[in-house]
Structure formats: C-alpha cells, structure tokens
Write a protein that binds this ligand. Structure first.
Ligand code: FDA
Length: 398
C-alpha cells in the first residue's frame, strides 16, 4: 500500500503531537506515526502524573547546548504564556508549584487529550504501532517505509525524542535518521539523572539512604559551569534529588562535583564561635545545622568520636571538619543511565538546523524537533516548553 501526503511526523510525543496539530490546522495533510501502542507516554508519567507542562520563568539560559543561542528564537516565538492560553482554552485547571513550575490540577492525561483534540482539529491521521522500516529520498520527496506500506511526503519531521526510559519506547531512531542524512550529532548522554559512586567508597553514605538535605551544588567551569540551590537525596548507590538531577546535566565523567552542605552560612566560624563555655558534644552541635543522621555519619567517616566535646576540639580541627563540607568535593563514578534518566542531553547538532524552522540546512524539507535536538532544559517544565516551542516553529513553517 502506498499513500501520498504533505507531511509525515514520526514520533507522537510532546513535540510530534504539537507540530502535527499546528501543521494540520494550517491545511497540511499530516500523518503522525509512532511505534508505541499508546501515544505520549512521557507526558502521561510526567510530573508524577500531573505534567509539569511549562515554566513561566523560561529563558534560553535554562538550556544546555553546544550552540546555546540556537533555542532563543523558537522560545521567543512560542512562550509559556502561549501554551497557557491553549491550556486555558481547553478548560484545564492548573497551579504553580515552586520556581515557576506549572502543573495540571488533575491529570497529565488532560494535556494529552488537549493535543489529540488539536490534532483532530487539523485532521491529522494518527497511526500507532507503526514500525518505520526505512527512510528514503524518492524523486525529491521522502519515502517512509512501514510494515503497513510506504508513505510519500513532501516534508518529513523527526520527533522521536531522546533515549531516556527505553522501557517506555524511547529509541535512538532520531539520531540514526540524522546520521543517515549526513547531520552531525553531539554525543548523547543521560541527563537529569541520579549519580553513582564507587561502591566501596560509598558504603558509609549508603546508610543515609532516604535522607534529603538542602544544598548548593556546583560542577564544571566557564560556560559549562552549573550551580543550583536545591535538595539532595542520599540513595543506596549514590546521590539523587532535584539538585543532583540538575547538576547531572552539567557533569562531565571523571570530574568532581562540589556540594555546600550548609549554603549561605559559614560552618567553621559558627562552630568556633559556639565553643566558648559550651557543654555540647560535636554530634549535637552538628545536629543543630544538619539532620542528626548526617552529623553522626560525617563524624564517623572522619574517625571523630561523636561524643567528643566541642570545647575540647581545636579550632583548626573544627575548621577542617567544616571545610570538608563546604564544599564536599566528590567525583561520581557514573550515572544510573537511561533507564532512570529524565532526558537525554546531546543529540542532533543545532548548527545543522535552521533556528527559525528546525529544518536541516543541507537537507531541504527534513526537520528535527523536541528532545532529539541538542537542546536540554533544566528540571522544572523547561523540556516540555522546548518541545512545544520547537514544534510550533516547525509546524508554522511546514
Ligand atoms: P517524547 O519522548 O515525548 O516522544 C517521542 C515519541 O517518539 C514517543 O511517543 C516514542 O514512542 C516515539 N518513538 C521513539 N522511537 C520511535 C521509533 N523508532 N519509531 C516510531 N516512533 C518512535 N519534562 C518537563 O518539562 N516536565 C516534566 O514534568 C517532565 N517529567 C518527566 C518525567 C519523566 C519520568 C521523564 C522520563 C521525562 C520527563 N520530562 C519532563 C521530559 C519530557 O518528557 C521530554 O523532554 C519530552 O517528552 C520530549 O518530547 P519529545 O516529543 O521530543 O519526545
């Protein structure tokens, strides 16, 4: 069976649905393909089932890319307010959590239903469980071979996302397609992902599993420096929590991360000042600034008896003890990988794409949108905002 349309969009996730809807409503005959049985699985599970669908504070500076200014145009032309207008027009109730993060009051399914309704408005034909066997150029058009036949299209949009959570249908399809058509790739890696440590070295901290503390985290330098004030969570294998997920996107293998365990305060100074006439032991003193378990563990790891009295501890030892925590410098051995990552960083090199339309410079009428592109947002609704904005930029150009 062979069919001819204006546009084929591959990937019915956040970006693919949005792009298909926009192009369809502009009169293009669009077919949207996905290999999964259910569309938009990542929207479904996002934000704990309530979808953190955008961030009202979005600027281009919350995104990582080898070409950082690339995302500016698309983000400026489709803003969080624009997406909110759409959300409101579908009567979806929402609320702001902290730091500008917007969530559905009820369910992420509402965002999916909204996008499907927008696709229906544009008469988009949706084909699920569609295995794409090959992509070809055929007489100036694109041919998409599937198990159900060949689709011929003037324009081809790749919206197959990144490789995070393969168990939900994530693949490297988009990267392979880019390579096939001669586009460069920025090395992909798991991002927004827990970090792991050498298991022998981590043993003492594994006991803290489940403990969360507010910290300042930092890694890298120059343009690749990331700094975040967020919570950190101890786990059996290493560190997680929002702060670690954020910093993981900036982390380069074999480099350290720096964690200030008492942000905004000077622990050394406080301990030395508190010594005068104090009857406290060290674990009680540290327990006033940290959770008791961390205080005990910190002293134990350094071979200091927890009952040692503050007043009996030399200033320089107190300073050493505190300096080790401000910052606590440690080098992760790796990440827990794509199985647990929220996104992929890297992807199609944006220098290969036109920033206004997402079209490949060297391949007319071939487009890449969403997470498959080397634009990776911080945690907090930024990745969906990029999916919407890049999709709309492309959809308006089709
Ligand atoms: P997306 O992954 O949404 O869609 C890609 C589609 O392509 C999928 O439907 C897939 O089945 C399909 N596909 C893949 N390979 C294919 C192939 N070979 N053939 C055909 N189809 C194929 N972001 C945010 O801003 N706020 C949030 O709350 C969250 N929460 C969150 C939670 C979890 C657990 C994860 C894993 C991720 C998030 N994210 C997030 C990130 C966000 O989900 C992600 O950045 C966007 O979904 C990316 O949109 P895309 O459309 O590019 O890919």
């Amino acid at each position: 069976m062979s069919e001819s349309v204006d546009v084929v969009v591959i990937g019915a996730g956040a970006a693919g649905l949005m792009c298909a809807a926009v192009a369809g409503q502009r009169g293009q005959r669009v077919v949207l393909l996905d290999h999964a049985s259910r569309l938009a699985e990542k929207i479904r599970i996002s934000g704990g089932g309530r979808c953190n669908f955008t961030n009202i504070g979005t600027t281009w500076q919350q995104f990582l890319s080898a070409n950082p200014a690339f995302c500016r145009s698309a983000l400026a032309n489709y803003t969080p307010d624009d997406f909110l207008t759409l959300v409101r027009s579908h009567g979806i109730a929402w609320h702001e959590k902290h730091k500008g993060q917007l969530f559905c009051d009820d369910s992420s399914e509402q965002i999916i239903d909204m996008l499907v309704a927008e696709c229906d408005k544009g008469r988009v034909k949706r084909r699920m469980q569609a295995q794409v066997l090959a992509l070809r150029q055929d007489g100036g058009r694109y041919a998409v071979d599937t198990q159900a036949g060949t689709l011929h299209a003037d324009k081809l949009v790749i919206a197959t996302g990144g490789m995070a959570i393969p168990q939900l249908g994530a693949t490297d399809f988009g990267l392979k397609a880019a390579r096939q058509f001669g586009l460069k790739i920025i090395e992909p890696r798991p991002a927004l992902v827990p970090l792991t440590f050498d298991q022998a070295g981590w043993k003492p901290f594994a006991e803290l599993s489940g403990l969360a503390v507010p910290v300042r985290l930092e890694t890298g330098d120059g343009k690749r420096r990331g700094v975040f004030d967020e919570d950190l969570l101890f786990t059996h294998r290493g560190l997680s929590g929002p702060g670690i997920l954020q910093i993981s996107s900036y982390w380069e293998p074999a480099t350290p991360i720096r964690i200030d365990l008492l942000p905004g305060r000077r622990l050394a100074q406080e301990l030395v000042q508190r010594k005068q006439g104090s009857r406290q032991n060290l674990v009680t003193a540290l327990g006033e600034v940290w959770p008791r378990r961390l205080a005990e563990n910190w002293l134990q790891d350094r071979g200091i008896p927890p009952e040692q009295r503050l007043a009996d501890t030399a200033d320089r030892h107190l300073t050493q003890l505190a300096d080790g925590a401000q910052p606590w410098t440690l080098t992760p051995s790796g990440t827990v990988g794509y199985k647990k990552a929220e996104v992929m960083r890297g992807g199609v090199d944006t220098r290969e794409l036109d920033q206004k339309t997402m079209q490949a410079r060297a391949m007319p009428r071939l487009y890449f949108i969403g997470e498959v592109v080397d634009v990776t947002g911080w945690l907090g609704g930024y990745n969906f905002q990029w999916a919407w904005a890049s999709a709309v930029a492309c959809g308006r150009a089709l």
